[in-house]
Design a protein around this ligand. Structure first.
Ligand SMILES: *Cc1c(COP(=O)(O)O)cnc(C)c1O
Length: 361
């Protein structure tokens, strides 16, 4: 069976070259006679894989030496709790910006550990916008400011990096990390579940400024203390070794393909084409997000009549385009078009959209 174009929001498409390399190395990694899955995480071979992956990520994202890079488990959802556990640091409350379903979940979890000030919310606008920063009610004494640069479900993306002065900025970058260059020094902490734009599920990456470590809430387990993981190079317990290895292959693939600057150009072009097709359909297809906050990574769209959804998906599947059904909370379609989605996939989707509209006008 041929490979399809997979628009899944996550776990998501991986670069084909990476899958091929993993296949070639599956039974015998570099003459070791073992699979990476079978290696001791403390052995020389895996330590080499782990160190190289971190070095490549640091190079790709230009991560300064005073930031730790952690390879953890538990998904972005565990970070919803670990962030307040580690970063409240005796302060009374933290600021959160509410721009969608993932922000809401982060807020709910943070409330278990401290007071939350929702400094801005676009809930009244059905999460179709990003509130302009001039309207935010930031607390200068907040422990940190948390936001979701790209809301994977709503397809809403910040077109700016919030300015928070001396208050550390925390970002859930699960669905936008590696999609373009960023300035890591603007952040206190960045986290991302791997299964969108990094690698397989089961790995979570945390990038944290080292002065924020070491003030975990009393009674917190070692497993939820960033400092313990940092001191043990993410090997306090057994890390997700195979996912770490595949992430490393993805980092090599990114470096070979021009790094994040090249990705940004391609991603902008891919998303631009798809939004242009939606906007040129005379209302047949619609994206609900304000233009300046449209996501490069997740493009939700509705059809003019939701009775057309099933036939649209059926036709898409027949054309080799899968996982386009929108999130149950939003309905319609959603095309997730991460780094590994080839531009040919976007072109094929646009062709299907045109054809479907012609035959179901
Ligand atoms: C997918 C996603 C999550 C949840 O990730 P898990 O790894 O399943 O916990 C959180 N935040 C954002 C922005 C996401 O896209």
């Amino acid at each position: 069976m041929a490979r399809v174009f997979n628009f899944s929001p996550g776990p998501a498409v991986l670069p084909e070259a990476v899958l091929q390399q993993a296949r070639d190395e599956l039974l015998d990694w570099h003459g070791s006679g073992t699979s990476v899955m079978e290696m001791s995480h403390r052995g020389k071979e895996f330590m080499g894989i782990a160190t190289k992956a971190e070095a490549d990520l640091r190079e790709l994202m230009n991560i300064p030496a005073n930031y730790k890079v952690l390879f953890l488990q538990g998904g972005a959802s565990a970070q919803f709790a670990m962030v307040p556990m580690n970063l409240l640091r005796g302060k009374k409350s933290a600021d959160y910006i509410n721009t969608g379903e993932w922000s809401k979940k982060a807020i709910k979890e943070a409330k278990l550990y401290g007071a939350v000030n929702v400094a801005a919310s676009s809930e009244a606008a059905k999460f179709s916008t990003v509130p302009p920063q001039k309207d935010w009610k930031l607390d200068p004494n907040a422990a940190y400011v948390h936001y979701t640069p790209n809301e994977t479900i709503g397809g809403v993306e910040f077109s700016f990096v919030p300015a928070t002065g001396n208050v550390p900025l925390v970002a859930d970058m699960s669905s936008t990390i590696l999609s373009r260059p960023i300035d890591v020094t603007q952040y206190g902490l960045i986290y991302a579940g791997a299964q969108k734009n990094i690698g397989p599920a089961g790995l979570t990456i945390v990038i944290v400024r080292d002065d924020l470590l070491g003030q975990v809430l009393p009674g917190t387990s070692s497993m939820f203390d960033y400092k313990i993981h940092a001191e043990n190079e993410s090997m306090y317990n057994t890390p997700p070794t195979y996912a770490w290895y595949i992430a490393g292959l993805v980092f090599e693939w990114l470096k070979k393909n021009g790094g994040l600057k090249a990705m940004a150009e391609i991603n902008q072009r891919k998303a631009g084409k798809l939004y242009a097709a939606i906007d040129a359909s005379g209302g047949y297809y619609k994206n609900p997000v304000e233009i300046r906050s449209r996501s490069w990574m997740n493009v939700p769209f509705t059809l003019k009549d939701d009775k057309l959804d099933e036939p649209f998906l059926k036709g898409a599947k027949a054309a080799g385009l899968v996982q386009l059904k929108g999130h149950r909370s939003v309905g319609g379609m959603r095309a997730s078009i991460y780094n590994a989605m080839p531009e040919a996939g976007i072109d094929a989707l646009i062709t299907h959209m045109h054809d479907f509209m012609q035959h179901n006008g």
